[in-house]
Design a protein around this ligand. Structure first.
Ligand code: SF4
Ligand code: SF4
Length: 322
């Protein structure tokens, strides 16, 4: 399933973070609004059923990962190891993950009967065949971006031949896109903001690792917050702390504040006064203790992941032989 999502400002839209750039000719040259009519229906009766669930790039947002892990009953680490591959988010220096396709290039969640995780499917799967983008008229970059949609029409997709018509707005409700967008909003803003910097801007390796950890493994991020010197560095109120200890959604939103503050220097989090003074006095390097701890945590995660990958590969070889 080719997938589409938001893009940053551009004189003309480019394709999205989630869309594959393989077939730009399949994007219809028409700007749609929420009230535009969409003639499309996907259901198990179409001859192409599940054809789109292969040879695809499905980037996962932090919320996608959280939502998928629950029915699978997997820790973040297990989920990442079994079902994802690290990848740079389109046109950025930010590392994230995409769904790891099987040896036939198919999504691991698809069967002949369809998507086995349908109620929990990622945002990109929900959007297809609609993409969303933002538009800034040239020379008008200071004004609010205009939001619009476009249609991806791939020749093999028979859903476009179905008679059902509805507005894009109705389509969004039907697919549960509003909820996904709301949950993804802060994270997408960080990615889009970074994307607008262009590829010439390069985050430090440490900052990339922090972004990766906070975006993909909230279990590790929670450990980082509560078991490193993070709380010695940042001033976090008691109510927030109590919430993020147990509430994954609150933690996910908090992680975006942390990322925005550490990548762009926003005021979303406050560094403790004494830390600021100590830093100035000691003329410390920018690498604080919390970040060092995060680096160690990340390295540990990577080692574990490599190990499990080897084990899975070994298991596959054994299965093939037997
Ligand atoms: S998650 Fe489901 S809908 Fe998305 S590509 Fe995989 S099988 Fe298809
Ligand atoms: S109609 Fe389109 S979206 Fe639905 S299964 Fe076929 S190719 Fe995929």
């Amino acid at each position: 399933m080719s997938k589409s999502q938001q893009t940053p400002q551009s004189p003309s839209f480019d394709k999205s973070l989630f869309a594959s750039d393989n077939n730009p000719s399949n994007i219809m040259p028409a700007k749609l609004t929420a009230d535009s009519i969409l003639k499309f229906r996907c259901h198990p009766g179409v001859s192409c059923f599940t054809n789109c669930c292969g040879n695809i790039n499905i980037i996962l947002t932090p919320y996608d990962i959280l939502r998928l892990r629950r029915p699978l009953n997997l820790s973040a680490e297990e989920f990442l190891l079994r079902f994802t591959t690290p990848v740079y988010l389109e046109k950025t220096d930010l590392p994230g993950v995409k769904i790891h396709l099987d040896e036939n290039g198919r999504c691991p969640f698809v069967t002949e009967e369809g998507c086995t995780i349908y109620p929990y499917r990622p945002t990109t799967c929900r959007y297809y065949p609609v993409g969303m983008s933002y538009f800034h008229a040239a020379g008008n970059e200071g004004s609010p971006a205009e939001e619009f949609y476009f249609l991806v029409k791939e020749p093999y997709c028979k859903g476009h031949e179905e008679p059902k018509e509805q507005t894009v707005r109705e389509w969004r409700v039907e697919q549960g896109i509003d909820e996904s967008d709301e949950m993804n909003r802060e994270w997408m803003e960080i990615v889009m903001r970074r994307k607008s910097f262009g590829l010439q801007a390069t985050l430090s390796e440490l900052a990339q690792k922090m972004f990766f950890m906070a975006s993909t493994d909230l279990d590790k991020f929670r450990d980082f917050v509560f078991s490193s010197s993070f709380l010695d560095t940042y001033d976090i109120d008691a109510e927030t702390l109590a919430k993020i200890k147990t509430d994954d959604i609150a933690l996910m939103k908090f992680s975006c504040k942390y990322l925005a503050s550490s990548i762009f220097g926003t005021k979303d989090l406050t560094i403790k006064e004494e830390k600021v003074k100590a830093r100035v006095e000691q003329n410390k390097s920018t690498q604080g203790e919390a970040e060092k701890q995060a680096m160690e945590t990340y390295e540990e995660l990577r080692r574990d992941r490599d190990l499990l990958k080897q084990q899975i590969e070994g298991q596959k070889k054994t299965d093939k032989k037997s």
